[in-house]
Design a protein around this ligand. Structure first.
Ligand code: FAD
Length: 406
């Protein structure tokens, strides 16, 4: 018997292994990763790791001794290149075959490449892995001007770190506002103003057409209207692509992620998929296929699959939540705030600490909070309990939301 094999030794893959043991699983567990380092957390890569507040050991999800102590076999630099479903085994790049009883795909996502000339010049960097963070960190002391392509979470976290070091930062964004895919307009507007006050320049509606270079190194970025913004370093953060090719090649359904059911199982009863790579029917999206790039999602997915493999099957119903630290601004999101058709603000944006309650079809869909952790915690519980809260109540600071939790 092959026991449980997990492809991808990141946040979700690690958690499946840990939760399996915690739940009493006694069989073999093998974690196959394609990176050269033990499982680590990515969020600090664009925050504390860049500022030097933590190091590579501080990023590790567990000390290396944990894996031996819990009989979790970990193989690094071991990319899986094929799944042979009939034989129930996976194939490694070197040709080795590894059998499984159950396979968990936790392959995550990769950065979307910028499809313009010059994107391969030295000094054009992306940020997903420890190796990429090291490449950026090594250059922070010498650079004076950076261009960030894409006003998403990672781009803005990096922009805030760079601006705090007195590096001139320009953010080029194709849409009309920051974090447009994930945030309400009022919260976007707040972040734009706050980042501008911290010295970050934005250009919206700015499509990048070319990266200019000299001697193989990037020197600037050209946008569709012919503007050239000079740069010593270009950070590209234009979203991710789920790592779903392995599943697709094995004949499993893929549609913006590996398609799984409410228990995170693919159509093959011996294969589950979790985390950034999985598209699951979320009760917080009225059952629509949903793919979420967040630590909470990977961890709670992992726990759900581990519980099933330990004989306690249940549908996945956890409330999605997310955070992003951008300089002094701590953004937290509970639920799936986008899309929405109505928003109300609780608290004064001018104070730098407030929340936006987002409604869809008359129901609370999600809550965005900045520097308001208490609102965020209440929101998670309101959403989990499906406790009704009318927009005018959410907006009224005299109403104690905690009292609603019962
Ligand atoms: P990952 O943790 O990415 O792990 C997947 C692993 O699988 C990778 O190591 C990958 O190399 C490996 N792999 C892929 N294919 C194969 C293969 N064929 N064989 C073997 N291994 C393979 N989320 C938040 O909630 N808050 C944040 O503030 C936040 N900040 C972030 C900052 C950065 C810079 C980044 C990159 C991400 C951030 N995230 C944040 C997102 C969060 O880190 C991810 O959602 C989470 O790591 C997803 O876990 P996962 O297990 O699905 O994928």
């Amino acid at each position: 018997p092959g026991g449980i094999v997990i492809v991808g030794a990141g946040q979700g893959g690690f958690q499946v292994a840990a939760s399996l043991r915690e739940g009493g699983y006694a069989g073999s567990i093998l974690l196959l990763g394609d990176e050269p380092v033990p499982p680590y957390q990515r969020p600090p890569l664009s925050k504390a790791y860049l500022t030097g507040k933590t190091d590579a050991v501080g990023l590790q999800l567990r000390p290396e001794s944990f894996y031996a102590d819990h009989r979790i076999a970990v193989r690094r630099d071991a990319p899986v290149v094929a799944i042979e479903r009939e034989a129930r085994r996976v194939r490694l790049a070197g040709g080795e075959a590894i059998p499984y009883d159950h396979l968990v795909l936790a392959t995550g996502s990769r950065n979307r490449p910028l499809p313009v000339p010059g994107a391969d010049l030295a000094g054009v960097l992306q940020l997903r892995t420890l190796a990429e963070a090291d490449a950026i960190r090594a250059r922070l002391a010498e650079i004076r001007r950076v261009v960030v392509v894409g006003a998403g979470f990672i781009g803005l976290e990096f922009a805030a770190v760079a601006a705090a070091r007195a590096i001139a930062v320009t953010v080029l964004e194709a849409t009309d506002r920051p974090m447009a895919r994930a945030l309400s307009r009022p919260m976007s507007a707040f972040f734009r103003a706050a980042h501008e006050a911290a010295g970050i320049s934005f250009a919206f509606g700015a499509g990048v057409v070319r990266i200019l270079g000299e001697d193989g190194r990037a020197t600037g970025v050209e946008t569709a209207d012919g503007t050239v913004v000079p740069a010593d370093l270009v950070l590209v953060g234009i979203g991710v692509v789920p790592n779903a090719e392995l599943a697709a090649a094995a004949g499993l359904a893929v549609d913006n992620g590996i398609v799984v059911d409410s228990q995170l199982l693919t159509a093959d009863p011996a294969i589950s998929a979790i985390g950034d790579c999985a598209a699951y029917p979320s009760p917080f999206a009225e059952g629509a296929p949903t793919r979420i790039e967040a630590v909470q999602n990977a961890v709670d997915h992992a726990r759900c699959v581990a519980a099933r493999l330990n004989g306690r099957p249940a549908a996945y119903t956890a409330v999605p939540w997310f955070w992003s630290d951008q300089g002094p601004l701590k953004l937290q999101i509970a639920g799936l705030a986008v899309p929405h058709d109505e928003t109300v603000t609780r608290g004064d944006p001018g104070s730098g600490a407030f929340s936006v309650f987002c409604y869809r079809g008359g129901h609370l869909a999600g809550v965005e909070s900045v520097n308001k952790p208490a609102d965020h915690m209440v929101a998670r519980r309101l959403l989990a309990g499906r406790i009704p809260l009318a927009p005018q109540e959410a907006a009224d600071p005299a109403i104690d939301l905690k009292a609603r939790l019962g």
